[in-house]
Design a binder for this molecule. Structure first.
Ligand code: HEM
Ligand code: HEM
Length: 221
């Protein structure tokens, strides 16, 4: 939406914008990668939890008339968890590359389609419009939430890469633990964004911006 196009004179919701093909492909690849990353975390803390699986290993071996110490059983259970973390790491590299791809896409987009321009227009429209102030407020909030999310992904990817290459970088054990905790904490902010994002687009599609979701598939308008 250009700066002189208001909600009133175009009759169109500010949310109903064109999305470049590159953005749409990027969005769904990003969605799939994050979804798989979350699945690895979910599996690790449930089905592949080493603490719970250690007793399972001990019990299965007991049935076969073999006994192992809890420590050894835990080492076996850990192997499966480690495989999942390897997958998590691989997907994490993919996510980091997608983050870089988003920056490259931003550079190649037309001035009107750039995130920076849309952010500026969002604020401009919000300040200019006296009617429909609430929809422009939501629009500004949505754009800010994307900026926050991109910073969050930068944070998660940086810490994730530090965990992945910690050995080579000579990161000490206590620092590694600190980074792991900080990375682990970030997951809750990612879940919060996804929850509010999904609620937001579904609410917008039903209430005031019918077609916003299909626009992320077919380009909109
Ligand atoms: C935004 C999506 C991400 C989420 C929700 C997420 C979540 C998590 C969680 C919950 C852990 C366990 C932390 C703990 O045990 O305290 C973890 C570990 C880890 N993450 Fe991520 N992560 C994400 C992105 C990434 C990225 C982009 C990378 C980059 C390579 C990465 C690499 C790692 C590594 C190497 C570990 C340590 C695994 C191990 O214990 O061997 N993660 N992540
Ligand atoms: C892991 C889940 C998801 C993540 C991390 C995510 C992330 C994002 C991001 C970062 C943007 C801003 C793109 C930009 O302009 O730079 C965006 C926009 C959008 N997403 Fe998602 N998304 C997810 C899932 C979904 C799903 C499932 C849908 C559809 C039901 C959806 C629909 C949309 C729509 C319609 C927009 C454009 C909204 C607007 O212009 O304000 N997203 N998403």
């Amino acid at each position: 939406m250009k700066q002189n196009e208001t909600f009133e004179n175009t009759g169109k919701s500010p949310f109903l914008q064109k999305h470049a093909t590159a953005i749409r492909i990027w969005h769904w690849l990003f969605f799939a990668t994050i979804a798989f990353i979350i699945i690895t975390v979910l599996f690790e803390s449930t089905m592949f939890n080493p603490r719970e699986n250690a007793s399972m290993v001990q019990n299965v071996l007991k049935e076969k008339n073999a006994t192992v110490t809890e420590e050894r059983a835990r080492a076996v259970a850990h192997e499966y968890g480690d495989k999942l973390w390897d997958l998590h790491k691989l997907l994490g590299f993919g996510l980091s590359l997608l983050f870089i791809a988003r920056i490259i896409i931003e550079i190649t987009l037309s001035e009107e389609e750039k995130f920076k321009t849309r952010m500026k227009n969002a604020l401009f429209s919000y300040r200019q419009n006296t009617e429909n102030k609430s929809i422009f407020k939501l629009y500004v909030i949505a754009k800010y939430s994307y900026s926050f999310f991109y910073l969050l992904i930068l944070y998660m990817a940086t810490l994730g890469l530090l965990l992945a290459f910690g050995n080579k970088l000579g990161i000490t054990r206590p620092v590694h633990h600190f980074i792991k905790d900080a990375h682990g904490f970030g997951q809750y902010l990612v879940y919060a964004f996804i929850f509010f994002h999904l609620c937001g687009v579904i609410f917008a599609d039903i209430k005031h911006s019918k077609g916003i979701i299909s626009g992320m598939v077919n380009g909109g308008e």
